[in-house]
Design a protein around this ligand. Structure first.
Ligand code: FES
Length: 571
């Protein structure tokens, strides 16, 4: 390398003493020669590959492609593992461990002698967890995502991850689908490596990463098994070396404007409600003041991407239609100026973008739905906020007043939901407590609770549901989520009783429990928080320190960053 500036990694590998000997010598046991320690950029490849995270199972191969690019650009790549979070495999919920992954990522980056980082993630919580951790160290950082699976196929039709699971499951409960067919669909749904091929949380976060300029263009939609994703990984390896040369640290890319662009893009792609807690948490690490109110800037942004769960296509179709560059082109007048990993404005991401299917990616003036942004709700039932996703809801339920039927916790809901005489009708509002960050713990994706069997059998497909839980990005329905404060933190949600009237107005942003303040005060006198589910280990740390959904559900002591050099040696 011609650039002789002293890099961060030289504090490990540039020393001509005992400490330098120790750092270099042990690395040489992998066959690295002397000259790779000559001061060239050392690039960490932070890998969430795991066979228990099937969505990220392609990342081992992608890491090799990244390394090719790093070597080509004159850098020295070193791959390291971090905790992986398999959304479909972990109990009680992968979200409980997002902050643990973030801690792992942050401390791994800080403790090792690297100059820049490539984050390899994909499955829902891995992308935000990695970004949160990396933001707290603030080195040059770039993302390569797993990429979506190929379209699911069953009986000659396309079927989508998650979205069709919920549909098929309800059809079985309604007696419209046989168990044999249900099991047969299981094998056709997940046909290749990669993340859910609906616009679930993984593809949402990959799309927002691209809209925030934290990956190269086209990263979101290229299928996991498309050779072009390998080429993208190679180019990313080259680019991170240049980013180190340019000292293009994460804080020079992620600004308030880039978060606003992500919020706007989330509306246009019909993105996951989970993006709210993740963007709030990442912003907290970046020391950027982002609040639920900021999400209102996207209220009038139309839905452009016709993908499940808000539309009918899948990520493979989105890729072939042109992917995120086309969306960013349609949004060009709405986006804020913001830097990217290219050290150029986000506007360049859509240069030359062409749409090859205007049914999959709609024009701004002929959208799938107008005004598709997530709605923030406030009222005495959610003083600190709740959210709803109109693009995945039933229009006729977005303005609704109904009496509550309350489930005190997840076990109560599961025990009662199929009772033939459950006293509910299609106007009832189902309320579920005990599923917030502290309560469950970990705020699982159970907010889209099933429609009671007695109503499913009458053909009812949707009802208003209210909880302190999240829901899968692949899910749909008129579902009010992220009620804050949660029941277990003493929010008014804890005080709702069956028969109370609740008013929902998505257009006015209202979620009101029609019970007098005096009555609520009386109920509060008799309220006792549930005993926590864990008394030791990480889960206890989480329960004691997790913040509410409106603050991103990060741990309170992890907010912000620490960019000080580590000066003390290990021996
Ligand atoms: Fe991993 Fe959907 S479960 S991306």
């Amino acid at each position: 390398m011609t650039d002789k500036k002293i890099r961060r990694s030289q504090a490990w590998y540039g020393k001509q003493d005992k400490d330098g000997f120790i750092h270099r010598s042990w690395m040489k046991n992998q066959g690295f020669p002397d000259h790779v320690f000559d001061g060239r950029p050392i690039i960490g490849i932070c890998n969430t590959w795991s066979e228990l995270t099937p969505c990220n199972s392609g990342l081992r191969d992608l890491a090799e492609m990244v390394k090719r690019g790093v070597w080509e650009a004159g850098g020295f790549p070193v791959e390291f593992p971090v905790m992986s979070l398999g959304e479909t495999q972990m109990k009680p919920t992968a979200m409980l461990f997002r902050n643990l992954l973030a801690m792992d990522v942050e401390e791994s980056i800080r403790a090792y002698g690297i100059d820049g980082v490539v984050l390899l993630g994909g499955c829902d919580k891995t992308t935000p967890g990695q970004l949160m951790g990396a933001a707290s160290v603030d080195l040059p950082t770039i993302v390569v995502s797993s990429g979506p699976m190929l379209n699911g196929k069953w009986e000659g039709k396309d079927i989508g991850s998650g979205t069709d699971v919920w549909k098929f499951s309800e059809s079985v409960r309604a007696g419209e689908m046989s168990l044999k067919d249900f099991m047969a669909a299981e094998s056709g749904m997940s046909r290749s490596k990669g993340v859910c091929m609906t616009m679930g949380t993984a593809s949402t976060m990959a799309s927002l990463v691209e809209a925030m300029g934290m990956s190269l263009p086209t990263n979101a939609a290229l299928p996991a098994v498309d050779a072009r994703r390998g080429a993208l990984a190679h180019l990313t390896g080259k680019r991170i070396v240049e980013m180190v040369e340019e000292d293009l640290v994460m804080s020079k890319i992620l600004t308030k404007e880039s978060f606003k662009n992500a919020i706007i893009a989330n509306a246009a792609v019909g993105g996951s409600t989970n993006a709210v807690v993740h963007l709030l948490a990442i912003a907290g690490r970046c020391e950027i003041d982002l609040t639920l109110k900021d999400f209102e800037i996207a209220n009038q942004i139309p839905l452009l991407v016709n993908c499940m769960p808000s539309g009918k296509y899948l990520m493979e179709d989105f890729c072939y239609a042109g992917g995120m560059p086309v969306v960013l082109k349609e949004l060009k007048d709405k986006l804020y100026p913001a830097n990217t990993v290219l050290n150029k404005d986000i506007g360049v991401y859509s240069d030359g973008a062409k749409c090859f299917n205007e049914d999959v990616i709609r024009r701004y003036n002929t959208p799938l739905k107008p005004a598709a942004g997530l709605r923030v709700l406030k009222g005495n039932l959610a003083p600190r906020g709740a959210i709803i996703k109109p693009s995945a809801a039933s229009d006729h339920l977005l303005e609704h007043r109904g009496s509550a039927y309350v489930f005190e916790n997840i076990e109560d809901m599961k025990a009662k939901i199929d009772l033939p005489d459950l006293p509910v009708d299609e106007n009832t509002i189902l309320v579920l407590k005990g599923c917030g960050p502290k309560g469950y713990p970990g705020m699982p994706e159970v907010g889209n609770m099933p429609i009671p069997r007695c109503l499913v059998e009458k053909g009812i497909k949707d009802m208003v549901r209210v909880s302190d839980a999240r829901m899968s990005g692949t899910a749909f329905g008129t579902v009010v989520l992220h009620v804050a404060p949660e029941a277990n933190a003493g929010g008014n949600l804890a005080l709702v009783k069956t028969g109370d009237m609740i008013l929902l107005s998505a257009s006015k942003g209202v979620l009101e429990l029609e019970v007098s303040e005096d009555e609520l005060a009386e109920r509060r006198k008799h309220w006792q928080p549930d005993a926590p589910h864990y008394s030791r280990g990480y889960a206890k740390l989480y329960i004691d320190h997790v913040m509410q959904a409106d603050e991103g559900a990060d741990l309170d002591f992890l907010v912000g960053k620490d960019t000080r050099p580590v000066t003390r040696e290990s021996h």
